[in-house]
Design a protein around this ligand. Structure first.
Ligand SMILES: Cc1cc2nc3c(=O)[nH]c(=O)nc-3n(C[C@H](O)[C@H](O)[C@H](O)COP(=O)(O)OP(=O)(O)OC[C@H]3O[C@@H](n4cnc5c(N)ncnc54)[C@H](O)[C@@H]3O)c2cc1C
Ligand code: SF4
Length: 562
């Protein structure tokens, strides 16, 4: 394997896949270093394996989860089928103060978490990019919607996003493939919300990176349902399904798996990163690779960890950290605020197929009117669902009558689950633990992060507005809920902010093109770059920023500036 490349990309997940595609398509000989194992869709994807073929009949190996994945196992997607896509908590420990739990959900394989993600994709708007400036929180974003808009178009045209255009300024429309259909409970709630709350609250179908018609050589979704187990028809977007195959086709990508990047190598003479040190996960040997530019795409907290672990005499507090902001300003989204209820009168209606998507209600708080209790806002995900045969299975009865009862679907229910914005706060941070190391001898993270009063006020409001909308829809048994114990930071799996962008190198790590202020040939394009968190799912924005940064880096190289 050659040791020198034009570019090195660290991580092959959502953002690493995009960096690999863009850099190789633009002509760069690119080495992608992935800590985890390779993925072979024909062997690893298990979305069509029926429950009766699973050793634990879908209930999972509870002892193994308890011993090896006690944190990962709390994630809905880490079930008996897909637990193999989540890390071993034993091999990948981290530490938190007892009173500040943080739930870090991770994947370590080719594709990273793009294999198990929920595929919800929403654009940010200037309501988000101007928020910090408007509210005097943290620092201002160095970009606005107009800067990223063409890159949203660009990545969406490749990915394929299904959804409904709504024309809302706070949630710009994407380039959509046809929307999925709403079910009868969702249409009932949509109509009621429209009637009682007018245009301020809009219920729409989720915007998802799932194909509703063939697109770029990938097949339309056939509604089998459990996407977190893989997708042999490549109908949802992941690095494995979409970006990495394109990068491989250029003939310019070398993908090296089992390659745990230990640290970045800084050349004090040129003040550039000259390459990376890698621990081969199989042999435990250390190898070095060199390149003209390095793209760090290891995910927000892992990228911060790598920078902190790559300190040098010039950067004693961590590489590219003259600002002191590396590892700080950790954000996630607050959830577990919402309500559920039963929607009566639809008992004779049944849904067909397993639509891999729910509804979305765009943010309506602090859009036109200022809310007295909190800054920013939240959007709702969730949807209508019908209790299925499993519910019938649990009912009393015997013989033919019991079998018949089992085949009658249960009542329709609806749930609104909020995702709320989290404010950037310097005191939410990660640092290297002084003694504890992971299975490869690399110091683990000490994560200190907690919700502020603003996030808790948002969560409370989610439960109230969700319940009032269900009441308007005539729902029965309405159960509003808020639950911080079940929702520590990290658990929305949208962690971000640890190497933020900004105009001033004294207060930010990256410039507006994800390029390190301190080291010109280092780019960080995962969630680390985020300056605020918006309330929408962030990965689409990470991908657009990655494609934009690649374009900028290659232009700089061509001009001889890099
Ligand atoms: C269940 C679930 C549902 C989600 N739903 C959504 C959703 O609906 N919408 C949304 O926007 N987001 C969602 N997310 C979040 C989304 O998956 C992440 O935002 C996204 O994957 C982040 O991309 P990334 O490239 O930064 O990191 P990842 O995709 O996690 O990839 C990072 C890669 O880097 C590798 N790596 C790490 N450290 C090293 C190292 N030292 N050396 C070499 N390689 C390394 C890892 O092995 C991994 O492959 C969800 C996540 C999960 C788990
Ligand atoms: S539901 Fe659609 S996108 Fe999900 S795994 Fe099945 S075919 Fe693929």
């Amino acid at each position: 394997m050659p040791e020198t490349y034009d570019a090195i990309v660290i991580g092959s997940g959502m953002t690493g896949g995009w960096a690999a595609k863009e850099l190789t398509e633009k002509g760069l000989k690119t080495l992608v270093l992935e800590a985890g194992r390779p993925i072979t869709p024909e062997e690893d994807y298990v979305e069509h394996v029926p429950v009766w073929e699973m050793p634990y009949r879908g209930m999972g190996n509870r002892k193994k989860i308890r011993d090896d994945q006690p944190i990962q196992g709390t994630c809905y997607a880490c079930d008996e089928w897909s637990a193999k896509f989540f890390v071993s908590d034993k091999e990948h420990p981290y530490v938190t103060p007892a009173d500040k739990p943080f739930r870090w959900i991770r994947g370590r394989q080719v594709g990273g978490r793009s294999i198990m993600w929920g595929r919800q994709c929403y654009r940010w708007s200037d309501l988000d990019f101007e928020a910090n400036l408007r509210d005097g929180i943290a620092i201002d974003w160095p970009i606005r919607y107009r800067d990223i808009e063409p890159w949203y178009d660009y990545v969406e045209d490749f990915i394929g996003i299904s959804g409904q255009a709504e024309g809302l300024p706070q949630l710009p429309d994407s380039h959509f493939l046809p929307p999925m259909e709403m079910n009868c409970a969702e249409l009932r709630v949509k109509d009621a919300v429209q009637k009682y709350f007018g245009d301020e609250r809009r219920l729409t179908i989720g915007r998802a990176a799932i194909l509703t018609k063939p697109h770029n050589g990938r097949a339309a979704c056939h509604y089998c349902g459990p996407c977190e187990r893989g997708c042999i028809t490549r109908s949802y977007f992941s690095s494995v399904n979409a970006t990495l195959p394109v990068a491989a086709k250029t003939g310019r990508m070398t993908l090296r798996t089992h390659s745990v990047v230990h640290s970045l190598i800084f050349d004090a003479k040129t003040r550039r990163v000259s390459g990376v040190r890698v621990i081969d996960a199989n042999t435990r040997q250390t190898v070095e690779f060199h390149a003209r530019i390095v793209f760090l795409c290891a995910s927000s907290l892992e990228s911060a960890r790598l920078l902190l672990h790559s300190s040098t005499p010039e950067f004693p507090g961590g590489l590219a950290n003259s600002s002191g902001e590396v590892g700080h300003n950790v954000m996630d989204h607050i959830k577990f605020g919402g309500a559920r209820g039963t929607i009566p009168g639809l008992e004779n209606r049944a849904a067909k197929g397993r639509r891999p998507n729910g509804i979305y209600m765009p943010r309506f708080r602090n859009v036109k009117q200022k809310h007295p209790a909190f800054l920013r806002g939240y959007g709702f995900q969730g949807g209508g669902s019908q209790a299925d045969w499993r519910r019938g299975f649990n009912q009393p009865g015997f013989g033919a009558e019991f079998k018949h009862a089992m085949s009658i679907p249960g009542p329709w229910a609806f749930e609104f689950g909020g995702y709320g914005e989290c404010l950037a706060n310097h005191n939410n941070y990660v640092e290297l633990h002084k003694d504890k190391v992971d299975a490869w001898g690399i110091p683990v993270l000490h994560i200190q992060c907690s919700w502020s009063d603003n996030e808790l006020a948002i969560q409370k409001d989610m439960a109230i507005t969700a319940a009032e909308m269900l009441a308007a829809a005539g729902a029965h048994d309405i159960q509003p809920y808020t639950d911080t114990a079940e929702d520590p930071p990290g658990f929305s799996i949208h962690e971000m902010g640890t190497a933020r962008m900004g105009r001033d190198p004294k207060t930010s790590v990256l410039n507006s093109y994800n390029q390190s202020h301190d080291i010109s040939n280092l780019f960080i394009t995962d969630g680390s770059a985020m300056v605020s968190s918006s309330c929408v799912n962030p990965s689409l924005t990470y991908m657009a920023l990655t494609a934009r940064a690649c374009d900028y880096a290659v232009q700089q190289m061509k001009r001889g500036e890099l």
